[in-house]
Design a protein around this ligand. Structure first.
Ligand code: HMG
Ligand code: MG
Length: 289
């Protein structure tokens, strides 16, 4: 772990797959997770303990989390919206949790049926459970640059929600460009605002690549000191409640970017590229349907 200068968080099994319309076999999800772990990804968001009515693709969360073959040096986490999800995720063996809210009220309502303040209130019992279990909790701030319903988001709104999540006890904030329409200039302004409330070591960058700017946005955040970045293998994903949001930044592009800069991620790029091709073959029938 010590040789990693940048930590790559793989969110493909959750954020990459959640929007796929055709149900992917649990065995395929487990095979994907195994390949990602074998490729050297140190943190893998494996599934989401959310309502199966809201996100049917994640309905097998229990079987996925219980089915993972654990590996020393790899942390397998779960996304949770509330206490019910946190209880189930921890019982199934999640080694870290992630809660999620937004910098936009409209998106928060559409995604979780509550206001930002209500979402944070729901996280209090999550934090208590996590503390008892001794697992860390990441907090996502969605729509950190643009919202599909409200347009451009003020950097200060992102900073304020980030500060609330940190006060709650989150150990990391994932500043998330859910729509993927951000530019390096706006990324810089947003990260600078967040840095007034949190040290760079507690911030992560989560970018989507809708307008092809995700790597430039990563670079802008890296220049400001961020050293944790999310990717989804194969550039999979999107959010069912964020119309217009295309895939997450492909992990293999992220790893290749840092390799070109001579910055170690500890990830085997060739193994990752093979995994991207493999998941492509699994998703193709769903894309065509
Ligand atoms: P609700 O309908 O308002 O909740 O949903 P409720 O409390 O009224 O419960 C309704 C039903 O859901 C009940 O079941 C609950 O038991 C059940 P019933 O009695 O009707 O059979 N329920 C649950 N089931 C399983 N797991 C749970 C859970 N909680 C309640 N944890 C809720 C509120 C938050 C549950 C719902 O809105 C939800 O699950 N939303 C999730 C949406 C989601 O997963 N979106 C995608 C992830 S966020 C994202 O993509 C952005 C991010 O990746 C960053 C980025 O990419 O930019 C993070
Ligand atoms: Mg995402």
């Amino acid at each position: 772990m010590t040789d990693r200068e940048v930590v790559i968080v793989e969110v493909g099994p959750r954020d990459g797959l959640q929007n796929e319309k055709v149900q992917i076999a649990t065995a395929d999800k487990l095979a994907l997770i195994e390949r990602l772990a074998a490729a050297g990804l140190p943190r893998i968001e494996a599934t989401a303990f959310v309502s199966p009515r809201w996100v049917p693709q994640m309905a097998d969360h229990d079987a996925v989390m219980r089915g993972i073959v654990r590996r020393p040096g790899v942390v397998f986490s779960a996304l949770v919206p509330n206490e019910k999800g946190a209880e189930a995720a921890l019982a199934a063996g999640a080694q870290a949790l992630a809660v999620f809210t937004a910098a936009s009220e409209s998106f928060c309502q559409k995604n979780t049926n509550c206001s930002i303040a209500e979402s944070i209130a729901r996280f209090r019992p999550v934090m208590a459970l996590a503390e008892r279990a001794g697992v860390p909790v990441r907090g996502y701030v969605s729509c950190a640059l643009d919202c599909p319903y409200e347009g451009k988001i003020a950097p200060e709104a992102v900073a304020a929600v980030s500060a609330e999540l940190l006060a709650l006890g989150c150990n990391e904030i994932a500043l998330s460009d859910t729509l993927g329409q951000g530019t390096p200039e706006r990324t810089q302004a947003m990260v600078e605002a967040a840095l007034k409330r949190a040290p760079a070591a507690m911030l992560a960058g989560h970018f989507h690549d809708t307008s092809g700017q995700a790597i430039a946005n990563v670079e802008a955040a890296w220049q400001l000191g961020l050293r944790v970045f999310d990717g989804a293998v194969g550039g999979t994903g999107g959010c069912p409640y964020a119309p217009g949001a295309a895939g997450n930044l492909a992990t293999e592009r992220l790893v290749a970017h840092f390799a070109e800069k001579g910055i170690a991620t500890g990830v085997d790029l060739v193994a990752l590229q093979r995994t991207a091709q493999w998941i492509g073959t699994r998703l193709l029938p769903g894309r065509v349907a």
